[in-house]
Design a protein around this ligand. Structure first.
Ligand code: NDP
Length: 332
């Protein structure tokens, strides 16, 4: 078995030399334990963020889709699939009856039959990113039919799903993403009403042109200056779901204070932050709803697949640079 250990704090973009790949011996299975082998690893922006909150050396955290290859648990026989927060490790021994000790509060999920879709959707649209979008929209933004909602990071795993849920709820959906190709995908394939390349568009003018009466809700995946400009175009008493702030994750110096505060007060906005583990006990229900909507053609997904356990750091940098459309995963 092998695992990644973070041995140096990132300075800007993560580097291969910030990690060591360590061999580890796994013991014999005890009663109710299973041995799993990773098939796919989830690559997520939070793997770049928050490292400064922990002491090093640190085992890399993260969700993975794994196959049970040995079992002493009747409900998890050899050959079944699970998703859990085993991190960047090839093999893991765990007891499904108790939370994985190095996890992040997210549950172990037994993967249902997802055919004809690839098994890997159980790591994206059916797991944390899909649930983040689903609950972030329905429980935090709570948009009503006819309202206008803006989504940033719109072509990523969370944003692309969040925009589609808002469309299902009858909203006008405006996306911001980092290339013309991503914007075409959002409008032509996912049914967003409008999409703009935030790297080239005049953000304020773009919003004035498609939402002249202002924006009701904002699902914020990026933070920073883009969020400031979007908030300027919000209606008074608008609602903001603060999901993430990827535009700041590679900053060498953490941002001090917030440029957003004056506009929050001026517009009397309500901002709510959230972490998806809040709904850990509803993951399985949400997964079933999402799978139903995918099968009915109401929700679409894309995956960006990278290959090889040795390429985890490259894959992480690829999403931080915006090279992915949809959910980024590494095939073991
Ligand atoms: P993505 O799959 O969307 O990958 C990241 C994307 O962010 C890139 O493709 C890139 O697209 C965009 N991006 C990168 N740098 C910048 C920048 N400087 N400014 C604007 N956009 C940028 O990741 P996820 O969908 O998984 O995550 C999206 C957000 O949601 C992140 O902030 C993440 O931390 C957060 N999150 C929060 C959770 C929670 O529980 N609250 C759970 C999961 C994720 P582009 O080409 O558009 O720049």
């Amino acid at each position: 078995a092998k695992k990644y250990v973070l041995t140096k704090y990132y300075n800007g973009e993560p580097k291969e030399s910030d990690f060591e790949i360590v061999e580890e011996e796994l013991g014999e299975l005890k009663e109710n334990e299973i041995l799993v082998q990773a098939l796919y690893y989830s690559i997520d922006p939070y793997m770049r963020a928050h490292m400064h909150l922990h002491k090093l050396p640190l085992d890399m955290i993260g969700r993975q889709l794994a196959e049970v290859i040995d079992s002493r648990h009747d409900a998890y026989p050899i050959g079944c699939y699970v998703v859990d927060s085993f991190g960047w490790r090839t093999h893991t021994i765990t007891n499904p009856n108790i939370p994985y000790p190095k996890g992040d509060g997210l549950p172990l999920v037994r993967v249902p039959d997802v055919s004809p879709h690839p098994l890997s959707i159980s790591l994206g649209i059916l797991d944390a990113p899909g649930n983040t979008a689903h609950f972030g929209i329905t429980e935090i933004c709570e948009p009503k039919a006819g309202e206008t909602i803006v989504i940033t990071g719109a072509a990523g795993a969370v944003g692309s799903h969040a925009g589609q849920i808002a469309k299902i709820l009858g909203c006008k959906v405006i996306g911001f993403a980092g290339s013309a190709k991503k914007c075409e995908y959002l409008v032509n394939e996912l049914g967003f009403d409008h999409a703009f390349n935030y790297k080239t568009a005049d953000i304020i003018e773009a919003l004035k042109s498609v939402a002249p009466n202002g924006v009701d809700c904002y699902f914020d995946n990026v933070g920073g200056e883009l969020s400031y400009k979007i908030m300027r175009q919000m209606k008074s008493n608008g609602r903001v779901a603060v999901c993430g702030s990827i535009s700041t994750y590679n900053n060498v110096e953490p941002a001090k204070g917030s440029v957003l505060q004056p506009i929050i007060a001026y517009k009397q906005l309500t901002l709510k932050g959230f972490l998806v583990y809040r709904w850990a006990d509803r993951f399985e229900d949400c997964m079933n709803t999402t799978l139903k909507w995918v099968n009915e053609g109401k929700l679409k997904y894309k995956e960006e697949v990278y290959y090889g356990f040795e390429n985890m750091v490259k894959a992480l940098n690829s999403i931080l640079r915006g090279e992915n459309i949809g959910k980024a995963i590494v095939k073991a």
